[in-house]
Design a protein around this ligand. Structure first.
Ligand SMILES: CC(C)(COP(=O)(O)OP(=O)(O)OC[C@H]1O[C@@H](n2cnc3c(N)ncnc32)[C@H](O)[C@@H]1OP(=O)(O)O)[C@@H](O)C(=O)NCCC(=O)NCCS
Length: 221
């Protein structure tokens, strides 16, 4: 098993696969996952779900020394998947055709990746999702920096919510994140024992990890 300790491993991958690869991936899934796959309306989303789940199983298998299909997931009340019998923690995110998986040992972790799309920033307005301080920080930036900054803020907030695993029962205005260009990612208010690190997302994407404690760093795998 690759050593983790103070490392949080981030695996980044394309979720698009050939028909042959898809058939192989599909065979790695559990019956409930195959059932879930059938419920996607669009084939592209179904296929990406299959690749994401199968790759998650393959990657966890390399840490656990277990066969991918034998890995069992449990889900908390908000749908966050976890392993019930190992100290390994993980979280998954996907956007566009890109999937990311964060793996940590003995510390809870959340990851988020988002494709930077102007129409999404209009639809999900900062005023609806960010704290008053974050909205003010965003609006004070030069107009040309605001789109990227919007998604930096969004992914930091989302990764925190995902690390805690309690969905939107955590009010998004109860904590502030730093997201301005050139500033280190951190919690400016709230955030407790958690800390934020960014990883090099592909061009056109923003991504980050939130994990428990301050004594960890991201290692890209
Ligand atoms: C489901 C949720 C965790 C994230 O959804 P999302 O951003 O659409 O999706 P992502 O791709 O980042 O993450 C999905 C993955 O997170 C995992 N996940 C599901 N529920 C989760 C939860 N409660 N906590 C953490 N991870 C969860 C699953 O592995 C899921 O992958 P799967 O669908 O292949 O099983 C949830 O927090 C949500 O819907 N949030 C609302 C988004 C929002 O308003 N955010 C505001 C930020 S400013």
């Amino acid at each position: 098993m690759p050593a983790l300790n103070t490392e949080v491993h981030v695996h980044l991958q394309s979720l698009d696969a050939s028909a042959t690869a898809l058939a192989r991936y599909s065979a790695l899934l559990a019956p409930d996952e195959r059932d879930r796959a059938t419920r996607f309306r669009f084939e592209r989303d179904r296929n990406r779900f299959i690749v994401a789940r199968a790759r998650l199983r393959e990657i966890l298998s390399s840490y656990l020394d277990r066969e991918p299909p034998s890995i069992e997931f449990v889900y908390n009340a908000f749908g966050k998947p976890a392993l019930h019998d190992a100290s390994l923690r993980f979280n998954v995110s996907h956007s566009g055709g890109i999937g990311v998986i964060a793996i940590a040992e003995g510390r809870d972790v959340g990851i988020d990746i988002e494709q930077i799309r102007p129409e999404l920033a209009e639809e999900r307005t900062a005023e609806s999702f960010f704290s008053p301080r974050e909205v003010a920080m965003l609006r004070a930036l030069p107009p040309g920096s605001q789109l990227q900054a919007f998604f930096e803020c969004w992914t930091r907030k989302e990764a925190y919510v995902k690390a805690r695993g309690e969905g939107l029962s955590i009010p998004l205005d109860t904590f502030d994140v730093e997201f301005r260009p050139g500033e280190p990612p951190e919690f400016l208010r709230g955030g407790g024992v958690w800390s934020i690190r960014t990883f090099p997302a592909p061009p056109g994407y923003a991504g980050c990890v939130v994990a428990e404690g301050a004594d960890w760093e991201i290692v890209m795998r």
